[in-house]
Write a protein that binds this ligand. Structure first.
Ligand code: MRU
Length: 354
């Protein structure tokens, strides 16, 4: 990694802070090592941030947007001529979560508008605004989601849509934490979320720190448990929402939506409006990230020093889409900081942006 180093973090705090800006360095917890090791990365330039996003040390749609904004500001402070090159590199770090492009474009515009000599300061101010807005959005999403789900006492979530994925308490996990705070929650089921185990590693880590009782299930158990009546609502995050309400989220989400629909329980998607892409009329225009085969062939390493565990014959051919698409018709509600849309109704999602 360029210009970065590791440092052990202090004792557990209840609220996980995935990243914070510290003068001339972006400090971010290395999510590839959680929950076994709490290690902080020090990111000092756009290249450091690109690398951290690509290898999923920083991940989750809103969080990669925030990190990329700071990455561009850090780079401009080092090299005032780096704006276009750094913007292109950051934008291309991951293709599906639209928050990344939205944040880079906003920080880039702020730098251009400020003009030479003031660009770096304007870029940093824009990055900090994005960070603050996403944190505020998390609190509103929690409130709207908990208001919507007053009847849900047993929820199932997929991947990680908590504080490790978005500022504040996250998106789907913020709703779940708010339900818990209101005393409405009896059970949380967490899917492992293969291949990189964001549920088993990250959501379990966050729920344990929050003191919210939960059970981990293998991905293949989810549909049967939903059909058996063990779940009142499925609540997930999102990486990109099309204008018509189609949702891209962690691979496996579509199957959960089908199971929820068949069982007649709500399938609720939570995310900030920065995840809505008005340029995508439907999910057909979205690029779904395809990742390498070793993520499927192996289990994540439990420490920086340990090797990954082989799961199959080396060289086995694999297909590894990181996300899938849930059609709008299967989404009961999209919970954002501006309120709740009903994606199955024409125009409901776009009305949030007006
Ligand atoms: O590949 P990841 O771990 O970045 O995927 C993350 C997800 O799919 C989350 O559910 C999504 O970004 C919502 S985060 C609040």
């Amino acid at each position: 990694m360029e210009h970065s180093s590791h440092r052990q973090r202090g004792p557990h705090r209840h609220v996980t802070e995935a990243l914070h800006f510290d003068g001339d360095v972006l400090r971010a917890i290395d999510q590839t090592l959680l929950p076994w090791q709490e290690t902080e990365l020090e990111l000092r330039c756009a290249g450091d941030v690109v690398d951290a996003i690509k290898r999923l040390a920083i991940r989750g749609a809103p969080l990669i947007g925030v990190a990329a904004g700071y990455g561009l500001a850090l780079e401009l402070a080092r090299d005032p001529l780096a704006l276009e090159r750094a913007s292109d590199r950051l934008r291309a770090a991951r293709p599906t979560a639209v928050n990344l492009a939205h944040a880079v474009d906003r920080v880039r515009s702020a730098a251009i508008d400020a003009g030479p000599g003031r660009a770096a300061g304007a870029a940093l101010a824009a990055a900090q605004s994005i960070h603050a807005e996403e944190e505020a959005a998390s609190a509103e999403i929690a409130r709207h989601g908990a208001d919507l789900l007053t009847a849900a006492r047993r929820v199932l979530t997929h991947c990680n849509a908590g504080a490790l994925a978005a500022p504040g308490r996250g998106t789907a996990l913020a709703v779940i934490a708010e339900l818990s705070d209101r005393g409405h929650l009896d059970a949380v089921l967490v899917t492992e979320s293969r291949p990189l185990l964001q549920g088993a590693r990250l959501t379990v880590y966050e729920l344990a720190r929050l003191g919210i009782v939960h059970e981990l299930i293998v991905d293949g158990a989810a549909a049967g448990l939903i059909a058996s009546g063990a779940v009142d609502a499925v609540v997930v995050g999102c990486d990109r929402v099309a204008a018509n309400g189609d949702v891209a989220n962690k691979v496996g989400t579509y199957g959960l939506a089908l199971a929820a629909g068949a069982a007649g329980i709500p399938f609720v998607v939570a995310g900030p409006t920065s995840t809505i892409d008005p340029c995508c009329a439907t999910a057909a225009q979205m690029v779904i990230e395809q990742r390498g085969p070793d993520e499927v062939r192996r289990l994540p390493a439990v420490s920086a020093a340990a090797g990954a565990r082989e799961l199959t014959l080396s060289g086995t051919r694999c297909r590894n889409p990181a996300f899938d698409v849930t059609p709008a018709a299967l989404v009961t509600a999209l919970v954002t900081e501006r309120g709740v849309a009903r994606p199955s109704l024409d125009g409901s999602v776009m009305a949030l942006l007006r």
